[in-house]
Design a binder for this molecule. Structure first.
Ligand SMILES: Cc1ncc(COP(=O)(O)O)c(C=O)c1O
Length: 445
């Protein structure tokens, strides 16, 4: 059995070596989304070592990517083997084995027994762009529905669907026309000031009753883009009935249901795709992040009936790169063979209970929510008023890093916890201790 490593922070963060690297990035890198001053040298499983020899538990999985853990030996082996054979040969134009094998594997993942097809991409946003184009083309409709709080990416099409923070869009107008946003089932802060379950899922009914009569004709809508659990928007888990109602509305009006599983897929929630918790069969699934354990690969999986009728309408150069496909084949095998999806369910439940215990102790934890190893807490000034506390949230993240736990924010005032799915309960218990101490210190501060 692997020896359990504990987080160990010996220097202030950033340490002296990290500082030098950070200065380089600051000078030359475009301003993006840097959040914490952690400069990593290597990673193994859930543990990251920085340039100054500090050891951290990675509760971000490199922002939802390393579901099999950092540098899983079977992924590394698959990448090394393939790299020595063939690095690239335009899979959209020609043929090679890792791509064909992965196509077959992906086509058989997820709910629904109908025939499915696959298109490979290089990122989450490119998967969403591919879904936008396919749904518009196949439906011959122009409009799209998405949710307030959604994050679907940052290129112009996906950015138009994104609606979680206005900083993403400010300065980039005009966005793609034809996108309509409606409120999500964010029960902790119900946009209609109702209470679940007495609300009877008004937030779904109102779409048909109001928005489809006043805002947009549903027969013009190509697709409804849905995150089964909102990610960047704050780790918001909707009631099951909400998504079931949305799916029924889609079926009634011939609207394609797109499940964006870029963050929630690949076992993260204790099922291969989060939408499986809701017993829904989507028409299109978008994937990326966890798909290649760190290598850049994404895809859409879709009902074969939607496929383009001729060559040339959509394609790319790097999609289905042989090295990335090999990493993804290894990733899928590991998730199944090593029981990581089951582990995500079990350890996730343990984690959720631990966070709920912390909520009893710390009144600033307004809400605990998540499924499997996609857990989040919302930080408030006071549980009664639910006033958001983004400054305190940031402080908690900062203190935790200095104790060896790397987490990342989401929404305005939430923290997400998305460790690699190889994590053990004892390691979650250590993380819970760090979260507990970090909240104490941040609140005192
Ligand atoms: C649900 C969801 N969709 C799309 C994206 C965009 O993915 P990428 O950053 O790979 O373009 C993300 C990224 O966080 C995401 O969480």
């Amino acid at each position: 059995m692997d020896e359990m490593i504990r987080p160990l922070v010996k220097t202030p963060i950033p340490g002296e070596n990290a500082k030098k690297l950070i200065a380089l990035d600051d000078q030359y890198m475009m301003t993006c989304t840097k959040t914490s001053p952690i400069a990593v040298k290597n990673g193994k499983g859930i543990v990251l070592e920085d340039l100054d020899g500090n050891l951290f538990y990675d509760f971000t999985s490199g922002v939802g990517v390393c579901n099999t853990g950092h540098c899983h030996p079977k992924v590394v082996q698959a990448v090394q083997n393939q790299a020595s054979k063939l690095l690239h040969f335009a899979g959209t134009d020609y043929y090679y084995e890792p791509q064909s094998r992965l196509l077959e594997k992906i086509a058989h993942l997820g709910p629904g027994t109908h025939a499915k097809k696959v298109f490979f991409t290089n990122s989450g946003t490119e998967s969403v762009e591919a879904a936008i184009k396919l749904s518009r083309f196949s439906s011959k409709r122009t409009e799209f529905m998405a949710f307030i709080g959604a994050f679907h990416g940052r290129t112009m099409g996906s950015l138009s669907l994104t609606c979680s923070k206005h900083v993403h869009k400010k300065g980039f107008a005009p966005s793609m026309p034809g996108v309509h946003h409606v409120p999500y089932a964010y029960c902790y802060r119900c946009p209609y000031h109702l209470t679940y379950p007495e609300c009877n899922i008004h937030c779904a009914d109102v779409i048909e009753e109001m928005y489809f009569t006043k805002l947009v004709d549903p027969s013009d809508i190509a697709a409804f883009f849905v995150e089964p659990i909102q990610g960047e928007g704050g780790y918001v888990v909707p009631p099951k009935e909400f998504l079931i109602k949305i799916k029924k509305i889609c079926e009634k009006y011939g609207i394609l249901f797109v499940s964006d599983e870029i963050q929630s897929g690949f076992g993260r929630t204790g099922k291969f795709f989060a939408i499986e918790h809701f017993d829904i069969v989507p028409d299109i699934i978008t994937m990326a992040k966890g798909m290649g354990s760190g290598l850049p690969i994404g895809c859409i999986q879709f009902d074969a009936k939607l496929d383009y009728p001729y060559e040339g309408a959509h394609s790319n150069t790097f999609g289905g790169n042989p090295v990335c496909c090999s990493a993804s084949l290894a990733t899928i095998d590991i998730l199944h063979q090593e029981g990581l999806i089951k582990n995500a369910a079990e350890v996730g439940k343990f984690f959720n209970e631990g966070l709920k215990d912390l909520q009893k102790k710390h009144s600033i934890i307004g809400d605990v929510r998540g499924i499997g190893l996609m857990q989040g807490i919302e930080i408030v000034k006071d549980p009664g008023s639910k006033e958001k506390a983004p400054g305190l949230r940031n402080k908690i993240i900062d203190v935790a890093i200095n104790k060896g736990l790397v987490t990342i924010g989401c929404g305005t005032n939430s923290i997400r916890f998305i460790p690699p799915l190889v994590i053990k309960k004892q390691e979650v218990a250590i993380a819970l201790e760090i979260i507990d101490q970090s909240i104490d210190e941040a609140v005192k501060h």
